[in-house]
Design a protein around this ligand. Structure first.
Ligand SMILES: Nc1ncnc2c1ncn2[C@@H]1O[C@H](CO)[C@@H](NC(=O)[C@@H](N)CO)[C@H]1O
Length: 147
């Protein structure tokens, strides 16, 4: 999994078109979303993650918690983003992993939103620009090589 973490004044998105034949079903309310004072986490789930999804979820949550603690962010935006890797996991596996990450971060007490999966979306982001505001992380299941 590849993650780009941006500590932001806000992130807002608006769903435009379907990017998959069968995108995640969403309510009208989910067509737009915004969080202020947020750690935005853009995530590409990778093929290598399919070998141990639960471990990838656990490692991703740990990394996100660590960065959130460093930048003192209490809100997290989980953003499916298929542009950080050329070896993407299948959509059904990717969605399940992102849903589990969202669930576990909520259990940890964060306010969490997840942008809809399988759509083209317009988005606006205001990066805070401090030294830890732009970070990337690569996560792989144990025993797998980082490509
Ligand atoms: N392995 C994967 N990891 C993360 N997201 C993935 C994925 N496979 C499919 N998606 C989702 O489907 C849209 C089309 O690829 C993706 N849409 C996007 O990435 C938008 N930024 C528009 O391009 C995403 O929602």
């Amino acid at each position: 999994m590849r993650m780009l973490l941006i500590h932001s004044d806000y992130l807002e998105y608006e769903v435009k078109d379907k990017a998959l034949k069968n995108p995640e079903p969403i309510s009208d309310e989910q067509r737009k979303g915004r969080l202020d004072e947020v750690l935005a986490v853009f995530m590409s789930v990778e093929k290598v993650d399919e070998s141990n999804p639960d471990e990838v979820v656990e490692k991703a949550v740990k990394e996100i918690k660590d960065v959130a603690s460093q930048v003192k962010a209490e809100k997290i935006f989980v953003y499916p983003f298929a542009h950080l890797s050329s070896e993407l996991a299948k959509p059904d596996v990717a969605l399940k992993i992102l849903q589990k990450i969202e669930e576990k971060l909520k259990e940890e007490g964060f306010e969490v939103k997840r942008a809809p999966f399988g759509y083209y979306k317009a988005f606006k982001l205001s990066c805070k620009g401090h030294p830890l505001a732009e970070l990337s992380r690569t996560i792989v299941p144990s025993g797998e090589a980082v490509s």
